[in-house]
Write a protein that binds this ligand. Structure first.
Ligand SMILES: [Zn+2]
Length: 170
């Protein structure tokens, strides 16, 4: 048995609500189709060891089911409107996970401390607006923001290349 890592209070730009380990007798059914990757390299996400349910800071009320690696890096996300919906979907792909969910142990204060210490942002500011909604990196320098999303210069370049440079040389 490997030692399980506890999830952080915030993953990307969403606050943790509940988490579960897809180990032991949890059966991966492969019934959730989730494409991840970039451009033409999209591939179906396979089994992950850790699942999280979190609430998006960008879109309050947006409940995210996050498929994470053993270090709680999110590999793919599906959005829902309720935690129950997210749990039902998780059960569809990971049979037996319903009984594994653990509520986030973090208080508001601990979340604020984490944001200050690890993200180095002001927890009372709209810090998530400075993070790229697409790659999760800090969108420093040139970036574009709309009401619900921010995109960094690197992602703009990447998506531009995908849309306009298909088949052309490097
Ligand atoms: Zn980006």
């Amino acid at each position: 048995m490997t030692e399980s890592v506890l999830p952080p209070p915030v993953i990307d730009s969403a606050r943790l609500t509940a988490y579960a380990y897809a180990d032991g007798d949890v059966e991966f059914t492969d019934r959730i189709t989730l494409l991840v990757g970039e451009g033409e390299r999209l591939e179906r996400l396979g089994r992950v060891p850790c699942l999280a349910i979190s609430v998006n800071y960008y879109v309050p009320g947006d409940v995210l089911l996050m498929f994470c690696d053993a270090q709680w890096n999110s590999k793919g996300v599906i959005a829902f409107t309720t935690v129950d919906e997210a749990k039902i979907k998780a059960e569809r792909g990971y049979r037996g996970i319903t009984s594994r969910w653990v509520a986030s142990p973090y208080s508001d204060e601990q979340v604020a401390d984490f944001l200050r210490d690890v993200y180095e942002v002001d927890p009372n500011a709209e810090w998530w607006k400075a993070m790229c909604s697409f790659c999760g990196n800090e969108a420093e320098g040139q970036c574009v923001s709309a009401a619900r999303a921010t995109i960094c210069a690197a992602c703009v370049d990447k998506f531009y290349a995908i849309l306009h440079d298909r088949g052309a040389g490097a």
